[in-house]
Design a protein around this ligand. Structure first.
Ligand code: ATP
Length: 547
């Protein structure tokens, strides 16, 4: 852009101009009148540039930032779109239990398989198991759950609703309504669900998946021929009789966990490079001194002694990177060290990966150093030797659990939903920008109009793609309506068959996030889609970009 002076009837007039190439020739176009003096023109141009850059920033922000909604609004959205329903809703709902709808089940399964691929398939040092939900009751005696897996039940003086607290929090925490808890109502509340098995006895629904890993530790180590350091992973349901289930999936009574118990020889160093991640770090010391969390490299925090052990730094960075790589917003994460009075009975050091939920910073994943507590307890109660033989040192060793990354599937699902929810006012609909890997439907296939020739091609493409992914066929409503419907449930790609497809044997593929479109040959579609889903190809390079 530049300023030009024009002389009209002996007077000066200043205009803003811009050069533009039109049909191969450079032409200059008037952008507007700026005033009668150079000073006036400079001032107006400055104001104009400022206004434009503010608008640009606003536009960018609008595109870059998800829309903030609260957890109730998210629950309503999830219900309306077929992700999640309250269990037993037609009977008034059952607090703390949730059913997954046709899209929720896909999202949940994708999330779990991404976790499993990353933590089990892609690593040589971790294998998986799938333990039973009800196991020998002695397992829970040995683990300490029977004697100490309690919360404190309290009633709020103001709203009279029951609430939960940890012992150390009594007198310090308040109810959601702002009221104080009545300490006279405080009593221990057992969190495990007791059930009857057969005629004879009491058993429990498991309150965590971890103990099944410890109880099977020796078999797995021997059969999978694992050498220290190594881990055992498990994904599965857990049950806790939460006093006050709340915040949608965040605190449920039935939920799924994805856990790893990572075993080392006592004192063994971490042989892996710590991922180069930067995150807000909130040490117990900072919490005691009422200081803020500080953004720094996890490697730096280890060097400075804020994080004591290399293994802890490694697992915290690894877990954070898993979320980041699947599209979560890194600014919404921090790691917080447990204070001495909140550590579990077994833990020597615990850090939580926390997320800034609409209802505050909350635990997403606990990463505890459990020492040899669990294996020694099971050794003591079962009277079986759980130590393993180290071929190199020729000594028997009872391994330590140096880290136990333990993540709730429901809490992870909420993170991805909040970080991908964009209410796009220009499009007039929500765009759920889930990573294509997590998206419940990978592609929607549309004939542009209902014509048998188009429908035939669409159905052939559907058959081909559905061998590999969950894809849908949609022929009802205008094309715009079909795009909007798919934007709202996070379908990353829409494939349209039109007149040109008959002649050129190609289709239009539309990108959910940018609405850009490319033409792709039908024979290449499956491979291209695979590359797009796995982020191996930029959308603009997937085919001929439609201007
Ligand atoms: P909180 O303090 O929030 O009750 P916790 O410290 O008891 O959690 P852990 O026993 O460390 O939780 O469980 C590991 C993970 O399992 C948690 O980080 C969370 O992601 C998930 N989780 C635990 N309890 C629940 C629940 N009631 N509903 C949903 N997820 C849960």
């Amino acid at each position: 852009m530049f300023i030009v002076k024009k002389k009209i009837h002996g007077n000066d007039y200043f205009y803003l101009r811009k050069s533009k190439r039109i049909n191969g020739k450079v032409k200059s176009i008037d952008l507007g009148y700026l005033g009668k003096t150079k000073e006036e023109a400079d001032k107006k141009l400055k104001e104009r540039l400022k206004k434009e850059s503010v608008q640009e920033i606003k536009m960018e922000k609008k595109i870059l930032e998800p829309t903030k909604i609260n957890v109730e609004e998210m629950a309503i959205f999830c219900k309306k779109k077929g992700f999640i329903y309250q269990s037993g809703e037609i009977y008034g709902g059952f607090a703390g239990f949730w059913d997954f709808g046709h899209l929720g089940v896909e999202l949940n399964n994708n999330l779990k398989s991404e976790w499993w691929n990353f933590h089990v398939f892609k690593r040589k040092d971790i294998v998986g198991i799938d333990g039973s939900i009800i196991t020998h009751p002695q397992v829970w005696k040995a683990s300490g759950h029977v004697d100490s897996f309690n919360d404190v039940f309290v009633v709020c003086k103001k709203c009279k609703k029951p609430g939960k607290a940890d012992r150390y929090e009594l007198g310090k925490v308040k109810c959601e309504c702002g009221g104080e808890y009545d300490e006279k109502t405080a009593k221990d509340f057992e969190l495990m669900f007791k059930i009857k098995v057969g005629e004879s006895g009491d058993a429990y629904l498991r309150p965590e998946t971890a103990q099944l890993i410890f109880a099977n530790f020796k078999f797995v180590q021997e059969n999978a021929r694992m050498k220290l350091p190594f881990g055992i992973a498990q994904i599965g349901k857990s049950f806790r009789n939460e006093i006050a289930p709340r915040d949608f999936l965040f605190r449920s009574r039935e939920f799924e966990q994805m856990e790893i118990e990572y075993f080392i020889e006592p004192g063994q160093k971490c042989p892996y490079e710590i991922p180069d991640e930067e995150i807000l770090i909130y040490s117990s010391e900072a919490q005691i001194n009422n200081q803020e969390s500080v953004k720094m490299k996890i490697r730096g925090a280890l060097k400075k002694g804020i994080i004591k052990k290399d293994w802890h730094a490694y697992w915290l960075a690894t877990e954070f990177s898993w979320f980041k790589n699947l599209g979560a917003n890194p600014d919404n994460f921090r790691i917080r060290q447990h204070m001495d009075n909140e550590k579990s009975h077994y833990a020597t050091d615990t850090w939580d990966l926390e997320y800034k939920f609409p209802f505050g910073w909350k635990e997403l994943e606990g990463i505890a150093d459990r020492g040899d507590f669990d294996l020694s307890q099971h050794q003591k109660f079962s009277k079986k030797d759980l130590s393993i033989f180290n071929e190199e040192t020729k000594k028997k060793v009872l391994p330590h659990v140096i880290c136990e990354p333990s993540l709730g599937v429901g809490r992870a699902l909420l993170v991805f939903m909040f970080d991908s929810y964009y209410d796009d006012k220009e499009r007039g609909n929500v765009v759920l920008k889930l990573s294509p890997k997590l998206a419940p439907i990978k592609a929607a296939i549309f004939p542009i109009v209902k014509r048998p020739e188009f429908e035939k091609i669409a159905e052939e493409i559907l058959d081909d793609l559905s061998e590999e992914w969950n894809v849908i066929y949609d022929k009802s409503g205008s094309i715009g309506r079909r795009y909007a419907r798919n934007d709202e449930v996070g379908t990353p790609f829409c494939i349209t068959i039109d007149e040109e497809s008959l002649k050129k044997k190609d289709v239009t593929v539309r990108d959910r996030d940018t609405t850009k479109q490319v033409r792709v040959k039908i024979v290449e579609l499956k491979n291209i889609l695979r590359e797009l889903i796995n982020k191996k190809l930029k959308f603009e390079d997937a085919g001929n970009l439609i201007k």
